[in-house]
Design a protein around this ligand. Structure first.
Ligand code: 4AD
Ligand code: MG
Length: 430
C-alpha cells in the first residue's frame, strides 16, 4: 500500500493508500467515529463506520490520545462536508505510539509556557502556517537571486572582526585567538563581488542585542546581495524588485496559510514599485510634524520606525543618514560628506526596517581613515582594505532580515514566531 502525503491526495482518490501522521482531534456521533489527522502537509478527516459498537477499530479509536502517532489505511474520496473537502474511509489503524497527555490544549496558554514548549508548539495550526510561509519566502528569495545571475557565495560565521559595530558582538574562543560570530556577511561579500560581479550570501547572523523588542532576535537569517559597480540607486531598485517579487509569490502560493493567520491581504496586494524615497532629513521633518521629538543626528528607534512606516501606505526607502549613526564602511555623499549613501527600506503597516544597506567606500585612504575614526583594529581589516587597492570600484549591497520580512508578510506581532527556535535576550531553551 502506498504512503501518500495529504497534500498529494488529489491525485490518489479511491485508491487503497496509507496516511502517516498524528491525531489532531477526534469525535464520535452514533455509528460513526471521526478522526482528524495531520501529517505535516495538511489535515485529513478519516471516518470509521460500523453498526457494531464493539468493532475493533472503535476500541483503537477510544485509546487514541491527542498527538498519538498512527498509520491510517483506506480510500480517500471527495466530500464537501469534510475539512479540506476530502475524507478517508478507514479500513485499518496502526498505532505507532499512544501519546502521553499533550500539554498544549485549545485553551489559552501564556506566551512563556508556549515558548517553553516551542518544540511542540510548532505543530499548532498558526505556528505551522507561519513556518510554511517561511519556507516559501526562502525559496522566493533564492529564486529571485539565482534567476538574475547572482552567485551564491557563503560567508564565514566565525570571524576575526566586526561588521556592524562592536557593541553587539558575540565573542568566542578560537583556539588561542578571539573570534566573533558573524553580524553580517557583507565584508566578505565585497570580496566575492569583486571576484564574481554579483553575489549573495544567505545564512544565520548574530547580534548580542541587549534590548528586548518585538523586532529583534539574537540569531536571525539574512540574505545579502552585493554588486560591483552598483550605486545606491541601483540597489534601491533591486530591493524594491525583491520585495515585490516575494509578495507576489507568497500571495499566489500561500493563500491558505495567510487565511489561517487571518492576514488581511489587501495592504500587500496594493504594494507597487517604485517605493517613495525620502532622505533622513526629510524623515526627521515628517516625524516632527507628527509630534515626535527626534532631532537631527538621532538614530531611529522602534517608535520612529513605526511612525514612518505608518505614515506611508507603501514601503518607504530612507537614504542619506548622518555618517556618525551608521557603520564605518558607508560611502559619504559627494556634496555632503557628513551624510552617507546608506539606505533603509521600511515595511508598511508599522513593521519597520526590513532592509539595510547602501554604497560602500571604494577609496583606500578614506576607508583607512574611517577605520581609525571608529577605533577598529587595522590589522583585522587589512584584507578588506586590499580590496580597494586592486581594481577598486564603487559597489553596493544590502541585507534583508528573513524574520522581519516574514513577520510583515504574516502580520504577526512578535518576531519570535517567525523562526522555528528563536534565540531571545532571555531565552536559549529549547
Ligand atoms: O541594517 P543591518 O544591520 O545591515 C547590515 O547588517 C548590513 N551589513 C547588510 C548589508 O548591507 N549587507 O541589518 C540588515 C537587516 C535589517 O534591515 C533587518 O531586516 C535585519 O537585518 N536585522 C534583524 N532582524 C532580526 N533581529 C535583529 N536583531 C536584526 N538586526 C538586523
Ligand atoms: Mg539597519
Amino acid at each position: 500500500m502506498d504512503w501518500v502525503y495529504i497534500e498529494d491526495l488529489k491525485g490518489r482518490l479511491n485508491e487503497d493508500i496509507e496516511i502517516r501522521g498524528w491525531l489532531y482531534n477526534k469525535r464520535s456521533s452514533g455509528k460513526i467515529r471521526f478522526l482528524l489527522v495531520r501529517d505535516g502537509t495538511g489535515v485529513l478527516q478519516g471516518t470509521i463506520y460500523s453498526p457494531d459498537k464493539d468493532h475493533p477499530l472503535f476500541r483503537t479509536f477510544d485509546e487514541l490520545t491527542l498527538e498519538s502517532s498512527l498509520i491510517l489505511r483506506g480510500k480517500v474520496r471527495e466530500d464537501q462536508r469534510a475539512p479540506g473537502g476530502l475524507e478517508m474511509s478507514i479500513s485499518d489503524i496502526e498505532v505507532v505510539q499512544i501519546a502521553e497527555e499533550y500539554p498544549i490544549t485549545p485553551k489559552e496558554h501564556g506566551i512563556s509556557f508556549l515558548m517553553e514548549h516551542r518544540h511542540l508548539w510548532l505543530r499548532s495550526r498558526m505556528q505551522h502556517s507561519v513556518l510554511e510561509v517561511r519556507t516559501e519566502l526562502i525559496k522566493a528569495i533564492r529564486d529571485f537571486f539565482d534567476g538574475r545571475g547572482f552567485r551564491n557565495m557563503d560567508t564565514p560565521i566565525l570571524t576575526p572582526s566586526a561588521c556592524e559595530g562592536t557593541t553587539t558582538l558575540f565573542e568566542t574562543e578560537y583556539f588561542d585567538q578571539k573570534a566573533y560570530l558573524s553580524q553580517s556577511g557583507q565584508l566578505y561579500n565585497e570580496a566575492t563581488a569583486m571576484a564574481f560581479g554579483k553575489v549573495y550570501c544567505f545564512g544565520p547572523t548574530f547580534r548580542a542585542e541587549k534590548s528586548k523588542t518585538r523586532k529583534h532576535l539574537i540569531e536571525f537569517w539574512m540574505v545579502e546581495p552585493e554588486i560591483a559597480f552598483a550605486t545606491l540607486d541601483d540597489i534601491k531598485v533591486l530591493g524594491e524588485d525583491l520585495i515585490v517579487s516575494i509578495i507576489e509569490r507568497v500571495l499566489e502560493n500561500q493563500k491558505e496559510a495567510l487565511d489561517v493567520l487571518e492576514r488581511e491581504t489587501a495592504p500587500l496586494e496594493n504594494i507597487k514599485k517604485p517605493f517613495p524615497q525620502i532622505t533622513y532629513e526629510d524623515a526627521i521633518r515628517v516625524l516632527n510634524e507628527k509630534g515626535n521629538s527626534i532631532s537631527f543626528g538621532d538614530d531611529f528607534g522602534a517608535p520612529e520606525e513605526t511612525a514612518l512606516s505608518e505614515h506611508f501606505a507603501s514601503p518607504v526607502c530612507v537614504t542619506h543618514f548622518p555618517a556618525k549613526i551608521k557603520a564605518f564602511y558607508m560611502q559619504p555623499a559627494e556634496a555632503r560628506p557628513d551624510l552617507v549613501l546608506g539606505m533603509d527600506i521600511l515595511a508598511s503597516e508599522g513593521y519597520g526596517e526590513i532592509i539595510g544597506g547602501g554604497q560602500r567606500i571604494h577609496d583606500p585612504a578614506l576607508l583607512e581613515e574611517k577605520i581609525k575614526e571608529h577605533n577598529l583594529p587595522r590589522e583585522a581589516y587589512e584584507w578588506y582594505i586590499d580590496l580597494r587597492k586592486y581594481g577598486s570600484v564603487p559597489h553596493s549591497g544590502f541585507g534583508m532580515g528573513v524574520e522581519r520580512m516574514l513577520s510583515w508578510l504574516c502580520g504577526i506581532k512578535h518576531i519570535r514566531e517567525a523562526i522555528p527556535f528563536p534565540r531571545l535576550l532571555y531565552r536559549l531553551y529549547p
